[in-house]
Design a protein around this ligand. Structure first.
Ligand code: SF4
Length: 89
């Protein structure tokens, strides 16, 4: 996973200093290629201190976040959230 400071002309992404995922041995789990990897990534996001900032970033920068779990949501979940304002049951 790469959080780009220059994405979309946004302000520097200072919150990433506190990102729990920077300590993960295999950051590829945040691609969520299997249900098991996605679940493992979401568990890490669940206790991350900057989860909301991360999710806001991904919602504001969909191209940068494309294909990765951010803020505990997959790309598909973020698309649904953006469209409906909530996740489907
Ligand atoms: S919420 Fe998840 S993807 Fe975002 S910074 Fe925290 S651990 Fe990383």
């Amino acid at each position: 996973m790469s959080i780009d400071n220059e994405a979309s002309g946004s302000q520097p992404v200072n919150w990433r200093r506190d990102a729990d995922c920077q300590y993960v041995e295999d950051p590829e789990i945040f691609a969520g290629r299997t249900p098991e990897e996605a679940e493992a990534a979401k568990i890490i996001c669940g206790t991350c201190a900057v989860r909301q900032e991360c999710l806001d970033y991904a919602l504001d920068n969909p191209e940068s976040a494309k294909g990765w779990i951010y803020g505990g949501m997959t790309e598909r979940e973020r698309t649904q959230y953006r469209a409906w304002g909530t996740l489907p049951e």
